[in-house]
Design a protein around this ligand. Structure first.
Ligand code: IPM
Ligand code: MG
Length: 368
């Protein structure tokens, strides 16, 4: 049997640095667990624009469609601010999500014990936190038509459209219910049914799918603004949150800070099953390209490493190996090994990106 295939797209900013650490982890699994991957690498975002004049080439898109899973670092940077909208680094990422039809974006927010003190919220509010945001990723206002900026009389008007079909809502709801069954069996659906028709439909369809197929799961509904407030007031009331593309973007950044640092959060973007039974999949950290610290060896590679753990679990059915990697990260943090983003005033010296990667690999070896 041939090895499973991976396409690595480091992208921009800290993307390349954090991905180098993931490569160490992948190599460790090959050397120590006989888990080998066929790895290809390509450009995305500003890096692709610099080389090819486009944020994603057709050739790279084709590779992404052909592999078992894509690992992406980050896209974007101030250098590209003045580019035409269609050439911006973010368009490369959005094209991957759309053309691979990665409709379910899983964003776990887990608070590691060693970091509970570090959240901007009180320790007892976040200690032990383990929630999962399921964000719809291929529709809504990110892609709805009409869109654009046009002239009306003497002034310009900017238009975007929030649009959801029943089937788009139903399929992401199913992903959320399925996940809940493997966790604490609770789903909270968030929209703005009080002001948006698309929100009314969202609530109706989630309710229908629940009644027809998942009545064993506990379902609640919340307006997304209240959801934002509840996330910082009492986040442990949630298990799985399911929400649309834009609310999910915003709520997941808020959830990220509950855990202490944006540098800790992985994500999986999953689509329909391919012929080999694996879902179409792209794994990426929730953090961005952090141009302010890029190239300085300061970035925290944990979110990207944990994204690979999600790949092991969701694409390759290697749940035990994923857990081994997550526990190695937990051990490293418990030992006080921290990058700059995880430091408190009285802490010792931060480690570099590559020292963090080495520490994770050492912890993996110690786990054997
Ligand atoms: C995210 C990011 C992206 C988004 C950007 C980079 C296009 O913020 O993945 O959360 O808005 O979806
Ligand atoms: Mg975002």
């Amino acid at each position: 049997m041939s090895n499973p295939s991976l396409l690595i797209l480091p992208g921009d900013g800290i993307g390349a640095e954090v991905m180098a650490e993931v490569r160490k982890v992948i190599a460790w699994f090959g050397e120590n667990q006989g888990l080998n991957f066929d790895i290809d690498e390509d450009l995305v975002g500003g890096a692709s624009y610099d080389a090819h004049g486009t944020p994603l080439t057709d050739a790279a898109m084709e590779k992404a469609q052909g592999v078992d899973a894509v690992l992406l670092g980050a896209v974007g940077g101030p250098k590209y601010d003045d580019l035409d909208f269609s050439l911006k680094p973010e368009r490369g990422l959005l094209r991957l999500r759309k053309e691979m039809d990665l409709f379910a974006n899983l964003r776990p927010a887990q608070c590691f014990d060693a970091l509970a003190d570090f959240s901007s919220l009180k320790k007892d509010v976040v200690a032990g936190l383990d929630i999962m945001i399921v964000r719809e990723l291929t529709s809504g206002v990110y892609f709805g038509e009409p869109r654009g900026i046009h002239k009306e009389g003497n002034e310009r008007v900017g238009v975007n459209t929030q649009r959801y079909t029943e089937s788009e809502i139903a399929r992401v709801a199913r992903s959320a219910f399925e996940l809940a069954r493997r966790r604490n069996n609770k789903v909270c659906s968030m929209e703005k049914a009080n002001v948006m028709e698309s929100g009314i439909l969202w609530r109706d369809v989630v309710t229908e799918v629940h009644a027809a197929e998942y009545s064993d799961v506990e379902l609640s509904h919340m307006y997304a603004d209240n959801g934002a407030m509840q996330l910082v007031r009492a986040p442990k009331q949630f298990d799985v949150i399911v929400t649309d593309n834009l609310f999910g973007d915003i709520l997941s950044d808020a959830a990220a800070m509950l855990t202490g640092s944006l540098g800790m959060l992985p994500s999986a973007s999953l689509g329909s099953q391919m012929a080999n039974g694996r879902p179409k999949a792209l794994y990426e950290p929730v953090h961005g390209s952090a141009p302010d610290i890029a190239g300085q060896g300061k970035a925290n590679p944990i979110a990207c490493v944990l994204s690979f753990a999600m790949a092991l679990r969701y694409s390759f059915d290697k749940g035990d190996e994923a857990t081994r990697l997550e526990q190695a990260v937990e051990k490293v943090l418990a030992d006080g090994v921290k990058t700059g983003d995880l430091m408190q005033d009285d802490d010792a010296q931060p480690v570099s990106t590559s020292q963090m990667g080495d520490a994770i690999v050492e912890a993996l070896t110690a786990s054997l």
